[in-house]
Write a protein that binds this ligand. Sequence first.
Ligand SMILES: C[S@@+](CC[C@H](N)C(=O)[O-])C[C@H]1O[C@@H](n2cnc3c(N)ncnc32)[C@H](O)[C@@H]1O
Length: 263
Amino acid sequence: MTDNLAFDQETAAFMERFYQSGDIVERRDTVLRRLSAQPGDRILDVGSGPGFYVEALARQVGPSGSVVGVDPSEAMLETSGRRLADLANVELRQGAATALPVEADSFDRALSVQVLEYVEDVPKALGELYRVLRPGGRVVLWDIDWATVSWYSENPERMAAVLHAWDEHLADPSLPQTLPASLAMSGFEEITVDGHATVNTHISDDGYSKGLLRFVSGYAAGRRGCTQDMLDDWAQEQKELDAAGRFSFSVIQFCFSATKPTT
Ligand SMILES: C[S@@+](CC[C@H](N)C(=O)[O-])C[C@H]1O[C@@H](n2cnc3c(N)ncnc32)[C@H](O)[C@@H]1O
């Protein structure tokens, strides 16, 4: 059963800091390059979270363009709203990927980064993206296949239990495996997929794994047999491995793009 991560005030505040760190900035640069927004474009960010994409895109599209960010979480909307307050060509709306509070055929480009993996009904969300893009419009999606996590531990059984518990934080831990076919079923064309390896050999402020350690420690207790003591020991082991120069974490993240046909 899914019991999604709560996108509350505490998570929003942490995410705003975490999403300014190296691995996530690099991911954002990759997505923005793939989206390739042009001056004057109207852009939709589904699951806009802390609002970093909205902020960057608002500058790229300029005063003749506009960006709408949609997110169901009040905490995320408040956090992003504070930083985006001075941007005139930005609008934030509360809503879900499966019922987008925007007009049909009204966006040149759309993006949704690490959001669809939280959505129970992905075909419905893709149908919504299709509805709101103009013919010829393009979407860029990014999701993680959590089955690709390779994370060293001298206690592999505990590591497996912790990662299994973490899988419960979203609706589909391996969404990238089925997303290309789902995009095609939804009517999209010109579907592309790229895999991006995130590799950390240290726990550093710029590394994805540092934030992940914090998220997993805060989420997994009471799930799949994980106790708080077990999680504390798991996190402590990772710090000790790091101090000994033996830390090793990697995961593959996937970037998809697809176009709504013109006819
Ligand atoms: C991991 S964060 C990613 C935020 C942002 N896309 C980024 O990469 O900077 C996931 C975001 O998806 C939002 N979210 C969760 N379920 C959603 C849904 N059903 N529809 C739209 N957004 C959702 C959360 O509130 C959160 O802001």
